[in-house]
Design a protein around this ligand. Sequence first.
Ligand SMILES: [Zn+2]
Length: 246
Amino acid sequence: MPELERTKAIEDFLKVVYHLQQQSDRVRTSAVAEAMNITAPSAYDFIRRCQEAGLLDYRSHRGVRLTEEGERIALEVLRSHRLLELFLVRALGYAWDEVHDEADRLEHYISEKLEARIAAYLGHPTVDPHGDPIPAKDGTLPERQLVPLSDLPDGSLGEVSRLLDQSSESLQHLQSKGLIPGARVRILRREPLDRLTHLQVEDTPQVIGETTAHIILIKPLNDNFLTNTCYCFSQPDATIGQREGP
Ligand SMILES: [Zn+2]
């Protein structure tokens, strides 16, 4: 099998396929092209090169799926990305809504040694500032059972654990309401007509709309939460949309 140079473009491509794979088993070429903002022939070119290098399994009409080796590389890049995000926030005082683009650039260039030093400095964390899981060195991801806030029944108590929309606008909105990872929330009541949820965030009452309620994943903290109505995010790394940061 020919060796493929691990360029930034190849790593970004594998990362995109990895993200799309969280939503469907095999990924259509058109979906890859769209997510990468490239033409279909360019996407085919990536697919062909990665297939030849054993990083990808392509079947015509059925789309692509990463091989074990392809997934290993995607997870390595994700590990660097998420460690960098946390490092920028904790050590350099970056805001959580400005680290994604910076990490996107740096993730391809840090050495293994620097990555190991960053991980040690941060105390070997398992989640990044947005609550995204950081793959361990061996490529495993921490398992968590998280539920969208929109699915929690009234009266439930939970902890904000992961945010699926990581655009600056959305993160700033969440922060203004105290909805950051680690915050305790209690669902008070809903107004179905206006699609509003009234909730207690730590000690402050807040109101959020339907869109926001969908993008906040919660770790339930009491049994008010019924498992049979649960839309559990038990797969290792569920993400929605491409803007979701790695
Ligand atoms: Zn992140």
